[in-house]
Write a protein that binds this ligand. Structure first.
Ligand code: RP5
Length: 164
């Protein structure tokens, strides 16, 4: 049995430099009270540790994995190759192609190993957290209620916007 404090979502960053964008995912999960852990693991720089982490995630109680990487962004796909947990990929901006490279690398998975691909950068990070929460809410009614309240609060913010 998994305790309430154990992480439900694993956020895996290809580099510490990705945190600048992925902090937005942690903020949303904090708001929604979705427990999570953040790890730095690279498909290219620490391949053995990345594979072992993905292979062990489900038995540790992780329900969803979010993988963030830039450039030749193999990380989400490599995580997905070692688990049947849902994997959500977030392309990181930067370098010459400003995230387009990572977007295509993450989205273009071969048949049989899916990765749910979000938008580039901070919007994608926040949406990855929301999407992970929506998956977990399929079997967590209270989280579903928090998600509904979160959406309603965002709608209210729009309705209350005033132009100068
Ligand atoms: C990717 O290369 C990482 O996910 C990061 O987005 C990018 C640059 O990494 P650093 O050189 O900043 O460590 O693998």
């Amino acid at each position: 049995m998994t305790s309430r404090q154990s992480p439900q979502v694993a956020v895996v960053l290809g580099s510490k430099s990705d945190w600048e964008f992925m902090a937005a995912a942690a903020e949303v999960m904090d708001e929604l009270k979705v427990t999570h852990e953040v790890k730095v693991l690279s498909a290219h720089r620490t391949p053995d540790q990345t594979l072992a982490y993905a292979a062990a995630a489900a038995e540790r109680g992780i329900r969803v994995i979010i993988g963030a990487a830039g450039g030749a962004a193999a990380l989400p796909g490599v995580l997905a190759a070692k688990t049947i947990l849902p994997v959500i990929g977030v392309p990181m901006p930067g370098w010459a192609l400003n995230g387009i490279d990572a977007l295509l690398a993450i989205a273009q998975m071969p048949k049989g190993v899916p990765v749910a691909t979000m938008a580039i950068g901070k919007p994608g990070a926040a949406n990855a957290a929301l999407y992970a929460a929506q998956i977990i809410a399929l079997s967590d009614h209270e989280l579903g209620e928090r998600l509904r309240a979160w959406r309603a609060a965002r709608a209210q913010e729009i309705l209350e916007q005033k132009l100068p």
